[in-house]
Structures are given as structure tokens and as C-alpha cells.
Design a protein around this ligand. Structure first.
Ligand SMILES: [Zn+2]
Length: 74
């Protein structure tokens, strides 16, 4: 029985990413704020609740995503 070169070659082990607790809080809060902003602009921003007044620019920009994700629109 012969061994192949690939089986005998040393393989790099995966190293875990070490993140401190305080840095993980910052990453989680940043991710949460960005996700809530995306959720708001896709699902809620329309008409009277629009951040940019009565402009429909944001609504029209995310309109297809709104329908694709099942948010009520019109
Ligand atoms: Zn629509």
C-alpha cells in the first residue's frame, strides 16, 4: 500500500478568531443598528413615516425588495 503526497503533506489547522467581550458588544450593536436601519428603510419607510419627508425616493428604490420580502405596500 502506498501513500500519496497529498495525504502525507501537513495541513494547516483552522485557527479561531479571538474577539474580546467588549469588542464583540461593539460588533453586535453595530450589526444590530445597521440591520434595523435596513429593516426600517425596506419595510416601514413610506409616506407619513418617511425619514426624508414626503419624498418617495427611498420607497421606490427598495420597492421590489419590499414586495419580495412580503412587506405590505399598496
Ligand atoms: Zn408596492
Amino acid at each position: 500500500m502506498s501513500t500519496t503526497a497529498a495525504a502525507a503533506a501537513p495541513r494547516a489547522l483552522a485557527t479561531p478568531v479571538v474577539v474580546s467581550v467588549s469588542k464583540s458588544y461593539v460588533l453586535l450593536l453595530t450589526t444590530m443598528m445597521l440591520a434595523l436601519a435596513v429593516y426600517y428603510f425596506i419595510g416601514v419607510d413610506e409616506g407619513a413615516t418617511s425619514v426624508f419627508g414626503n419624498s418617495m425616493v427611498v420607497h421606490e428604490f427598495v420597492h421590489d425588495a419590499r414586495h419580495f420580502l412580503g412587506f405590505p405596500c399598496h
